[in-house]
Design a protein around this ligand. Structure first.
Ligand code: PNS
Length: 170
């Protein structure tokens, strides 16, 4: 049985992520979606770890052979503990590639498995969690970019900002 880990911050999970997981499952028997704390972004998450896990689980429940788990520390250590054959990353553009290649090589240096890149495809190939949060935070429509359960969570989370906006306050 082949197993791959698809790591990320997933703050929140988007339809682009769901597409990558779906396609990764055509290559690997099992895919673990590894939700990381991500020290670099700590304190700057819109959703806390439990919410990110809950949303990812809800959005991937229709897929067999997919688990959602926490990556508590180094990804390479987690992959070794789980016996993963590969790390999965989605690539949207050259900027992603420039950021991902050093991480792929470092993860290998740290004793982790090889990284397998899947080219982002389809109508959600340009979508990122950061863009989704920016657009939703300014009251824009992100309904085509995230699953419904994430849309509802964004509306809940951003409701105070929306109320301030409609009252003309910053
Ligand atoms: O969705 P993101 O924010 O691009 O994901 C980045 C993530 C979580 C994949 C990366 O920060 C990570 O692997 N974090 C776990 C800690 C780790 O192993 N860091 C060294 C990576 S070479």
């Amino acid at each position: 049985m082949t197993l791959a880990v698809y790591p990320g911050t997933f703050d929140p999970i988007t339809l682009g992520h769901v597409d990558v997981v779906t396609r990764a499952r055509t290559v690997f028997d099992r895919v673990v979606v590894g939700v990381a704390h991500n020290a670099a972004k700590r304190g700057r998450h819109l959703f806390d770890l439990d919410e990110r896990l809950e949303l990812a689980r809800a959005c991937l429940a229709h897929l067999s052979g997919v688990d959602v788990d926490v990556v508590p520390g180094l990804l390479a250590d987690y992959c070794r503990e789980r016996g993963a054959e590969a790390i999965i990353k989605g690539l949207r553009n050259g900027t992603d590639l420039d950021a991902e290649v050093p991480m792929a090589l470092l993860n290998r240096d740290l004793g982790g498995p090889e990284t397998v890149f899947l080219a982002a495809a389809g109508p959600h190939a340009h979508v990122s969690s950061s863009l989704v949060k920016d657009v939703a935070g300014h009251g824009g429509d992100v309904s085509g970019l995230v699953p419904d359960v994430v849309l509802a969570a964004l509306e809940r989370e951003l409701a105070p900002a929306a109320a301030r906006r409609s009252a003309g306050r910053p």
